[in-house]
Unconditional design. Sequence first.
Length: 342
Amino acid sequence: MLARDEFQREHPEAFLLDASDAPSLAEYLRGRGWLDADEQLISAAKAGAGNMNYTLRVMAPGRSFILKQARPWVEKYPQIAAPWERALIEGRFYEVVSTERRLAAMMPKLLGLDAQSHILALEDLGEAQDFTNLYQGAELNGALVEELATYLTRLHRGFIGAAFKSDFANRAMRALNHLHIFDFPLREDNGLDLDAFTPGLRKAAETLKRNERYAGKVRELGELYLSDGEALLHGDFFPGSWLKTERGVCVIDPEFCFYGAPEFDSGVMVAHLYLAGQKARLIERLLESYHPPLPLKLPLVWQFAGVEIMRRLIGVAQLPLNYGVESKTELLRLSLELVLNS
């Protein structure tokens, strides 16, 4: 709570969303014009897991919408600082994507943006479920893989050479992501108790941490991640960012977006198909259905996939995997193979 108290002292002009304070929320929404003067606020409740941000579903007579606030910390891990401006960059992403009809149909509409409080008002996609049940044995079908591959194709091809490229530098968010993907997991002294996640995992992780060639290649990939590229990327393209909705699969949470190498997005998706134990044929179908703006550097896809597998097993951003140390050790071996032999 210290971070919240400090934030309120330093930014008294910012409104902090709080599901438990309905009167203040209703007053705020009416002041923004997001509720009419005589419109009732029926309820406001947490929407989704809210790992990075504080997210509410607001119910009014005959309609609902989502409020998403970025704060200068990670909502799930308040001890980790996070760039406050991510909401503004995410809002800009929704604005840009709205100009491409087929992409816009696979994302919620941006209804409003409070730049002072860093709050987005977004279309409510309903009681949608994300795809994190894949980690508990659910299977992804080929048609959905093709839909997601088509989304990436349209995103990566759609905004090459755009005048607004500088709007998506997103340096601070990239630095945060770089730390937790390419750096922190391989530190010997990071203080993360891997055996608390899975007994025996610490010893398995030491194999990677001691492999200088592997660590060096991960550093090189991290430098590539930090460099600018030609394609607009989602930046966090994994099952937690995909939703099953009444209108089909939709994509959310592009706050890590940036212009970079398209192989990063596709590599992350490949990694999560491996992590979720999906059939190899689905990975083949993804790569057959995905058509980036430039010839695909397949070795780079595998390498980014290998790094993502590693960081999801021995980093902070753990997944709800029901695997024992044997299965996780095999995945870490796969990470080593993908990074070094691609």
